[in-house]
Ligand binder design. Structure first.
Ligand SMILES: [Zn+2]
Length: 212
């Protein structure tokens, strides 16, 4: 399924794949990699091919977000430095690949992100916000001017991210959510499920007060 949020394309392949976002020649999360044919035909509909992308940014190192990285043949890989070893070592435990019946091959990480780094993606200027808790190297990506926040698995449109997963830490996610709560957000684009396309700050506030 394809959804358009302004100049951002959201691809949802299946119930277990992460949301895949395309912004010009940048990909945010790549899904499990199990649904190659479907992804290929969706890209075709968009008049794009795997080779048209220059960068894949992963919001964290779980298999359902990084499994498809290798399809984007010419793209560099970017992930927070704390989750980079998961990809570099092909870590089937910390990536949770076992849970998805997947197998992770060790791959090179080209950019090890840190809090405050800035990534240009089409017309978006995305600031990296380190939000550990779902994993050690989870990040959100924030365009301050357009008030767009990509949240990975830190927060969704209907609740907060799980911490009972490899790399999870309850205390850290609470701190990370407090960081996000202060941002002005119109559109929230999470790692699974529906995006919030207006007044996302209000949704974030509601979710956080309900989870206290
Ligand atoms: Zn995850």
């Amino acid at each position: 399924m394809i959804k358009r949020i302004d100049d951002i394309v959201l691809i949802q392949l299946s119930g277990i794949d992460s949301n895949i976002y395309l912004i010009d020649d940048v990909v945010i999360d790549s899904g499990t990699g199990f649904n190659f044919t479907r992804l290929h035909s969706i890209l075709k509909v968009l008049k794009k091919g795997f080779e048209d992308f220059r960068l894949v940014v992963n919001t964290h190192g779980h298999f359902d977000h990084i499994g498809g990285n290798g399809y984007f043949l010419k793209a560099k890989t970017a992930i927070h430095k704390n989750d980079a070893p998961i990809i570099e070592n092909g870590d089937n435990k910390l990536s949770w690949a076992d849970y998805f019946d997947g197998k992770l091959k060790p791959r090179k990480v080209d950019m090890k992100l840190e809090d405050g780094d800035v990534i240009k993606a089409g017309n978006l200027t995305l600031k990296v916000i380190h939000t550990p808790g779902h994993t050690e190297g989870s990040i959100c990506l924030y365009d301050e001017k357009r008030q767009i926040l990509f949240t990975g698995d830190t927060i969704f449109s209907d609740g907060v991210g799980r911490t009972d997963v490899p790399g999870g830490n309850e205390e850290k996610i609470t701190e990370s959510l407090a960081k996000i709560a202060n941002l002005k957000v119109q559109k929230m684009l999470p790692g699974h499920g529906n995006p919030v396309v207006k007044d996302a700050s209000k949704v974030i506030q509601d979710i956080l007060s309900a989870s206290e």
